[in-house]
Write a new protein. Structure first.
Length: 311
């Protein structure tokens, strides 16, 4: 455990450096999968690493060691981790578990509320039109989900643009984008260093839906104009969408200096991104290293426990 247990923690520090290349150079569906997997795996691995370190601290004290028939004296002598490190890891582990549990509870409650709200909405082909002059459009996940569009947004867009908007929102539902957001938020709750990955996923799912709309209509430039037009129309409208909703306007938290909508428009006006195998391979390598190092650290702890229990 001298090195392996710290590798997930170290890679969590470096992970935000790969966010911008993945979000801006990689095909959005693949980027979403890679970012989500990275956030979830790193969040899980760092939590396990903190737990392993915390256990090495607990077995140094007679009372916890006695529960497992381990020798506290031997643990104090043979444990490679410093007691101060183990104690800090225990505190961080407690905070990570509490934050992850809080996030899961809030997310589950929000999704349940959204699903109930969607099921109660009268809809035609999954579309709900609400009487509201404020331009707005969003998708509510559920069984089935609903696309909600205000009359103000319908009056703002022409017929082709409405078709683009509906294709965008339905892409959120059919691809289950809320699940990607939830998993990355869970990883970021357990490890705050991963918050840039969660922020990036709220952007890449919008890009994913944009590309689906472009495929459905066959006109990337028209989709770009629709995204920009909808954003301008709703610029001064306060956000009133449910917490679980996914909208054509995207989240208002920028990943970089430029806001998400201008970057989405620029991406649509450029040729479609490729899969970028180098970035995909690099991400897969990092996740494999994290998984293997976590398994190695767990094995090292098992060996340590056998050692302190055998004397």
């Amino acid at each position: 455990m001298r090195i392996a247990v710290y590798i997930p923690l170290l890679l969590s520090l470096l992970a935000p450096l790969g966010v911008r290349p993945l979000a801006e150079r990689c095909e959005p569906r693949l980027a979403t999968w890679l970012l989500t997997a990275s956030a979830f795996v790193l969040g899980t691995a760092t939590t396990i690493s903190l737990g392993l370190l915390a256990i090495t601290g607990l077995i140094r004290f007679p009372e916890p060691a006695g529960l497992g028939h381990w020798s506290a004296h031997t643990a104090q002598r043979d444990d490679p981790a410093e007691l101060s490190v183990a104690l800090v890891a225990g505190l961080l582990l407690g905070a990570a578990v509490l934050m992850a549990a809080r996030m899961l509870w809030r997310r589950a409650r929000t999704l349940a509320t959204a699903a109930l709200e969607a099921a109660c909405m009268p809809a035609e082909d999954g579309l709900v039109v609400i009487e509201d002059e404020a331009p707005n459009a969003f998708a509510i996940p559920g069984l089935p989900g609903r696309v909600v569009v205000s009359t103000g947004m319908l009056h703002t867009l022409d017929e082709t643009e409405r078709h683009i908007l509906l294709a965008h929102e339905r892409a959120h539902l059919t691809a289950h984008h809320y699940a990607f957001v939830a998993l990355t938020q869970l990883g970021a709750a357990a490890n705050p260093l991963l918050r840039p990955l969660a922020t990036a996923v709220t952007y890449t799912i919008e890009r994913w839906a944009d590309e689906n709309a472009a495929i459905a209509t066959g006109d990337r430039e028209r989709v770009a104009r629709t995204v920009g037009k909808a954003a301008l129309a709703a610029h001064n409208v306060p956000a009133r969408t449910p917490g679980a909703a996914l909208g054509i306007l995207g989240r208002r938290t920028p990943l970089a200096a430029a806001g998400p909508v201008p970057r989405r428009v620029a991406a649509l006006l450029a040729p479609p991104f490729g899969r970028h195998p180098v970035l995909a391979a690099a991400t897969a390598t990092v996740l494999a290293a994290v998984t293997l190092s976590t398994a190695e650290a767990a094995h090292d702890l098992h060996v340590l426990l056998e050692t302190v229990g055998a004397r």
